[in-house]
Design a protein around this ligand. Structure first.
Ligand code: DX5
Ligand code: ZN
Length: 221
């Protein structure tokens, strides 16, 4: 039911010229921007926060989603909204009060995504699937770009599709993040993914536009 969305992850971009990189993927046909926020605590890497995100709006009119890989996501809800983030994705592992967190994100006018590490079962979504817009299935362990896709993710996406059907949540989008390339994008899309994050696959070559259209054609939709 959903159109395929391609979301470049700027983690693999050149941070010294982030504005230009964001402009280039925007002109190259991206559907939204995926911004990986890491705190060096929940994940063993440190990236950027609201002061780096806010000025990106001058370089792109695409929707921005922030993927929070931080131990205390509730403290970032308001700053992210003020920085212009349209969809906030929080990890289920980082807050025992997901229901409250979801309400607080909505209260700031953002859409809500819940991310799951490869080892986190889908069961944690049971009571909240009807309250959110998107599930982010991590297809690598979060923290770094350029890792290999974990094959068990295919079965997890399939099982999430059945769960959506069982709970009457067909509108919830399924996003995949980590190790996505032209080699596996067709498979993840065929089992139900509709939103594709790609870092290395988009930022490692010479042309952002060609990389995005190669992903789109390999997705086969
Ligand atoms: C991993 C990040 C991803 C990462 C994807 O922790 O959440 O968004 O940048 O990079 P690639 O596509 O290179 O695996
Ligand atoms: Zn991410």
């Amino acid at each position: 039911p959903h159109f395929l969305s391609i979301a470049p992850s700027v983690l693999s971009a050149d941070f010294s010229r982030l504005g230009e990189e964001v402009r280039d993927v925007t002109e190259g046909g991206a559907d939204l921007l995926h911004l990986d926020v890491m705190d060096g605590h929940f994940v063993p890497n440190l990236t950027f926060g609201p002061p780096v995100i806010a000025p990106l709006r001058k370089w792109s009119n695409l929707p921005m989603e922030a993927h929070l890989m931080v131990s205390n996501p509730s403290s970032l809800v308001e700053p992210m909204a003020k920085a212009g983030v349209n969809r906030l994705i929080v990890h289920a592992e980082t807050d025992p009060h997901l229901h409250r967190l979801i309400e607080s994100i909505r209260g700031k006018g953002m859409s809500v995504g819940i991310a799951l590490n490869p080892s986190t079962p889908l069961m944690v979504l049971e009571e909240v699937l009807g309250l959110i817009d998107l599930v982010l299935i991590m297809t690598v362990n979060p923290g770094f770009g350029g890792q290999s896709f974990i094959e068990g993710s295919i079965s997890k996406i399939r099982r999430l599709m059945s769960m959506k059907e069982r709970l009457g949540c067909a509108n919830v989008r399924i996003e995949v993040d980590g190790g996505i390339s032209t080699k596996n994008v067709g498979q993840v899309v065929s089992v139900g993914a509709d939103t594709i994050v790609a870092g290395t696959a988009i930022f490692s070559g010479a042309s952002r536009r060609e990389a995005i259209s190669a992903l789109r054609s390999a997705a086969g939709v």
